[in-house]
Design a protein around this ligand. Structure first.
Ligand code: GLN
Ligand code: ZN
Length: 751
């Protein structure tokens, strides 16, 4: 019989219980048993929630105290040598995640195209692996004690090795497969002995472009693991299998999961390739977004599959682990009913999976209430005037020139004449320290304890202080400090039409860190100017140029839950128009330098290279749309954090910002190579101060970095600035570091 299943549940808890327990443990205000008790309670609560939602196949070992890839490193005994002498298991685990005084943390990077970050495994030539099966076995038993025969979740060996970093030159981590497989085989046998008849084995790299070596690794791995004991559900998500369809469908495992939300188009190819004895798990409920499913549509898809493969080999599931969704919409007490009726969080998504499964098992009438509610919400959503604004749509349909009036060289001359900046001009990236007082004032204002006038007076005083300090230090292009902003996307979302905010819509970003992305539900427009008040106020305090600060359309899009009823490119264009209007208002208010931050442009790149160009085309065009309305002597800056700039090189140049600041100090300017190789023509501010560390860089450190940058980039293209915004730093380090930075620029000017 067709079964309902889940692939993974959010770990942190509805009220971020795990975050609080972790942070108390790290601070030393709670001990390890207290932390583990919170974790155990969360697991139990989540298992029971899934069971109560009607889910028949419930995962275990999806929970993690920090990250499931880090868990896998511990599971297979891949402990980097610098941590090898830590005997206590908890201390070892968190040392790997967060570092110690003597051993830096393991690196962290983004999990595919999500905003979840995993701890990158470090592997050496001749690496050996040993099984430490405690966690998956213990969690299996915990679920069993609650009467739940769970399906353990493992990260597959090919994905694990593919995501790992080779610590020795010449090592291909896939060469370690034969050393790793016995550990997996042993674990699978132990899980089978515990009673697990199925194990979910996640191999999301199957949706990427694979090398021949990776393909061969898949064949070799599952030749061994397919026989190791339990039936394996090979799980893929975040995209289509495409050229890997045949490979994935024919590996000697019992089942295959595919993502039909991200990649509905792959269904026919998978059906054609799937051997007649295999279970197929259909990911039809979106695990990456917060929209309610169209159950009739999903039912259409799954019944079509049912007709082909019959009822006994099917599972109905979310598209991927629910790790990427908030826990429970019921906890949203301040969203209006209409908006709420369009949404589904983790718990609601499981109810959708359940309704679809029941409809298959016994007929649609048995899940009538769920289908009716879905149909009503879908119809209301489609027709709602809150979503569709003819004026916004019409404007987005108009052709607007994306080029600036003149090409860069002509603009540069006009800007130089206007601003008369020295060589190696100095500036910062925007934010100044968000101190305790700044956060307390904002909280008091939000609670109503501080009135608008009082809050404004507070912000004015902070802004004044920041302007005075920058003047005293001698920065050339000032910023107002962004004291009025909570977050670089939320601040704009709160002022734009078409955005909504949740109270509890937290999603894990890394470890104990969670983000609460805004929800873009409707056509986006800007009712009124968003930043002019603070930029103009700051400009009035000084004779030096004041830089206006905006978040770019791609970054606003990328860090939100985005509507799915129109292409992302279209939503991005609407945001681009709103930012364009803001840019023009700033310009009209006399702000001659305007920065449009796009730190998320690189992370929006699709998983497959063949899709990159299409994305970059519209992403770059949306940025240009936001920036191109100004006069030649208005200087447009952009900013990007740490990224593989190589991947997006012609695109960065096509953005045609007059000045780009980037994060480069930790890479020792290596990241500049992309700009050098491309002969990037516009001005660049490579970061010379690693703002992620409390360390104050010396003047000579920074001079040396600029010298490095100047190898291959003309001196008159270079700016001197920190890597990123300073909101997480304290004032004393900021003042000391900026003083050194300005002295470094003076030294460079004298050379
Ligand atoms: N202007 C923003 C700041 O300074 C940029 C932050 C970012 O790039 N992430 O905080
Ligand atoms: Zn940055």
């Amino acid at each position: 019989m067709t079964r309902s299943s889940n692939l993974g549940f959010p770990r942190v808890g509805l009220h971020r219980e795990l975050k609080k327990a972790l942070e108390a443990y790290w601070k030393g205000t709670a001990d390890a048993p207290a932390l583990h008790q919170v974790a155990r309670d969360l697991r139990a609560r989540h298992w029971l929630l899934q069971r109560d939602a009607g889910i028949e196949v419930i995962p275990s070992n999806d929970f993690s105290l920090y990250d499931h890839i880090l868990d896998t490193s511990v599971l297979v005994g891949a402990i980097p040598p610098r941590f090898a002498d830590i005997a206590n298991a908890d201390q070892l685990y968190f040392a790997m995640a967060r570092g110690t005084d003597t051993a830096p943390a393991m690196e962290m990077t983004k999990w595919f195209d999500t905003n979840y970050h995993f701890i990158v495994p470090e592997l050496h030539s001749g690496q050996t692996f040993t099984l430490n099966a405690d966690k998956p076995l213990a969690h299996y038993r915990e679920a069993k004690a609650l009467g739940i025969a769970s399906r353990p979740v493992l990260v597959g060996p090919v994905t694990y090795l593919s995501l790992a970093k080779a610590k020795d030159e010449g090592l291909n981590t896939l060469d370690l497969l034969d050393a790793l497989l016995p550990v997996y085989a042993d674990l699978l046998a132990q899980l089978a002995a515990e009673g697990a008849d199925w194990v979910q084995i996640d191999e999301p790299v199957l949706v990427l472009d694979l090398t021949d070596k990776q393909k061969a690794a898949f064949a070799r791995a599952y030749d061994v693991l397919g026989k190791a004991g339990p039936k394996l559900l090979l799980t893929t998500y975040f995209g289509a299998l495409r050229d890997n369809t045949e490979l994935a469908a024919t590996l000697p495992v019992a089942g295959l999961h595919i993502d039909l939300v991200r990649a509905p188009e792959q269904l026919d190819a998978v059906l054609a390739a799937l051997p007649a004895d295999k279970t197929l798990s259909l990911g039809v409920v979106d695990g990456r977004n917060i929209w309610r499913s169209d159950l009739d549509k999903a039912f259409g898809t799954i019944s079509r599959v049912w007709d082909k493969v019959g009822p006994d080999r099917l599972e109905i599931a979310p598209s991927c682990s629910l790790l990427h969704t908030p826990v429970d919409l019921d906890a949203e007490t301040t969203l209006d009913g209409e908006l709420k009726s369009w949404l589904a969080f983790g718990k609601q998504k499981l109810a959708e999976v359940n309704a679809l499964t029941i409809a298959l098992q016994v007929g649609k009438t048995a899940a009538k209430a769920a289908f009716d509610a879905s149909a009503a919400a879908v119809a209301a959503h489609k027709a709602s005037p809150r979503i569709h604004k003819p004026g916004v749509k019409a404007r987005a349909g108009e052709t607007i020139a994306l080029d600036r009036v003149s090409p860069f060289p002509a603009r540069r001359d006009q800007q130089r004449a206007r601003f008369n900046l020295p060589a190696y001009p100095t500036t910062t990236i925007g934010s100044f320290p968000q101190t305790q007082e700044v956060r307390e004032a904002r909280a008091a204002f939000k609670k109503g304890a501080l009135d608008q006038a009082g809050y404004d007076a507070f912000l004015e005083a902070e802004t004044q202080k920041a302007v005075r300090i920058q003047e005293e230090i001698g920065i050339d292009v000032l910023v107002h400090g962004e004291f009025e902003r909570n977050d670089m996307v939320e601040y704009f979302g709160e002022q734009l039409d078409g955005f909504a905010f949740t109270k509890n819509g937290w999603v894990q970003s890394y470890g104990s860190r969670c983000v609460k992305p805004p929800v873009i539900y409707g056509d986006v427009s800007r009712p009124t100017a968003m930043t002019v008040r603070w930029s103009a106020y700051a400009a009035s305090l000084t004779d030096r140029p004041m830089k206006g600060m905006l978040t770019g359309p791609v970054t606003i899009l990328q860090w939100s839950f985005v509507r799915v009823d129109q292409p992302r490119s279209q939503t991005c264009r609407q945001i681009g128009l709103a930012i364009r209007d803001e840019v023009l208002d700033l310009e009209a208010a006399g702000i001659g330098i305007i920065q449009i931050d796009e730190p998320a442009l690189r992370e929006g790149l699709p998983l497959r290279k063949s899709d990159w160009d299409a994305y970059l085309r519209w992403a770059v065009d949306c940025f240009r749309l936001s920036a191109s309305g100004v006069a030649d002597d208005t200087q447009i800056h952009t900013h990007m954090c740490y990224a593989e700039f190589n991947d997006i090189m012609p695109a960065i140049a096509e953005m045609d910002a007059d000045v780009i600041s980037i994060e480069t100090s930790r890479s020792d300017m290596e990241l500049l190579e992309a700009f050098r190789d491309f002969k990037y023509p516009n001005e660049i501010g490579p970061g010379v101060w690693d703002i992620h560390s409390p360390r104050v860089p010396s003047q000579s450190d920074m001079v040396a970095l600029v010298h490095k940058a100047a190898e291959g980039i003309a001196a008159d293209q270079l700016w001197v600035n920190p890597d990123c915004g300073l909101k997480t730093r304290g004032w004393p380090e900021v003042q000391a570091s900026l003083t050194n930075l300005v002295h470094a620029a003076h030294t460079l000017r004298g050379q």
